[in-house]
Design a protein. Structure first.
Length: 321
């Protein structure tokens, strides 16, 4: 039998973990390419609380619904539009009934290739901070506890063994999200035209040849259907893989959280002062004053262990006396 046995209830353990779990903003950044589209995401979250804690039969506990809050969410898009080769054709022809120049082409498209760069447009930044309150993320994890010697203390530390981030869902945003994305895509098209002086002919040329306009072409490349929320959730979860980014980020943030500490050597009682006169004198060396401090008796901690049993955490150790 151990010399000392300490017990901590599940409720007390959860209260302590909720105090140490919150973090400052945790930034993350990731990107990937899918065919002609380059996706990037920049964001930041912070851990607000530990959720529900359930003790398991060994030295692990399960943390359900770790609460995180979003501080920033920005999607970046780049487009590698397939090269289109156009022949020469007349954009504006003078009416036939005009003397001398009737039927002549007043405005001719010179032909050539468009969309030869890679990527032609981007990165386009779509700031989704306005919908942060409607982003739902659930995080759970399993943690292992251990007793770690650190200087003159023995510390109870929680280490994460696994973190699970459920797929991110985008709840209703009052119908603003489709408009946000379409406006950003239209801005990308306008940016392209502004950055390329000959491109003012582009939409007209595409229309005459039966191609979609630049904005429509970008929407087609993104394959955005009626359910923009579903498209955005797919982009974040599958295309960019934001769950893995968050799992690694949160695992690092909650790693090695110190919860309790026990003095080692262990004190049997506190240090206290006594009046010299009450003890009838001292052998040499004599106390320097009318009071003397008695140091607490201590013993080294041996064979420490920590584990869960039902709804209690038990910390046990022997004393080297």
């Amino acid at each position: 039998m151990s010399d000392v046995s300490l017990a901590v209830s599940e409720a007390a353990f959860e209260t302590v973990f909720n105090r140490i779990a919150p973090t400052l903003a945790l930034p993350f950044d990731g990107s990937t390419s899918l065919g002609p589209i380059w996706f990037g995401v920049t964001g930041a979250v912070h851990v607000e609380g530990a959720g529900d804690i359930d003790f398991e039969d060994t030295n692990t506990f399960w943390l359900g619904e770790l609460r995180i809050a979003w501080d920033k969410l920005i999607i970046r898009l780049g487009f590698d539009i397939p090269t289109v080769e156009l022949g020469r054709f007349c954009i504006l022809r003078i009416p036939e009934d005009i003397p001398f120049i009737g039927g002549e082409c007043a405005w001719e498209f010179p032909g050539g290739k468009i969309f030869e760069g890679a990527p032609e447009i981007g990165p386009l930044t779509i700031n989704l901070n306005a919908i942060i309150p409607y982003v739902v993320t659930e995080v759970s994890g399993r943690f292992k506890i251990s007793l770690v010697k650190d200087g003159d203390t023995l510390k109870l530390v929680a280490h994460n063994e696994s973190i699970d981030v459920d797929p991110i869902s985008i709840s209703d945003t009052f119908g603003k999200l489709p408009g946000i994305l379409q406006a950003a895509i239209a801005g990308a098209a306008a940016s392209y035209i502004a950055a390329n002086p000959p491109a003012f002919l582009l939409d007209a040329a595409l229309g005459i040849l039966g191609f979609p306009t630049l904005t429509e072409l970008l929407l087609d490349l993104l394959d955005i259907e009626d359910d923009v929320q579903e498209w955005l959730a797919k982009t974040l979860n599958i295309d960019i893989g934001i769950q893995n980014l968050l799992a690694g980020l949160i695992a690092g943030a909650v790693l090695d959280k110190e919860m309790f500490e026990i003095p080692d050597p262990y004190r049997f009682m506190p240090t206290f002062d006594i009046d010299v006169v009450d003890f009838g004198g001292f052998s040499d060396p004599q106390p320097a004053g009318p009071k003397v401090t008695l140091e607490a008796p201590r013993a080294a901690i041996l064979n420490p262990s920590a584990g869960f049993d039902a709804d209690m955490l038990h910390i046990k150790f022997d004393l080297g006396v």
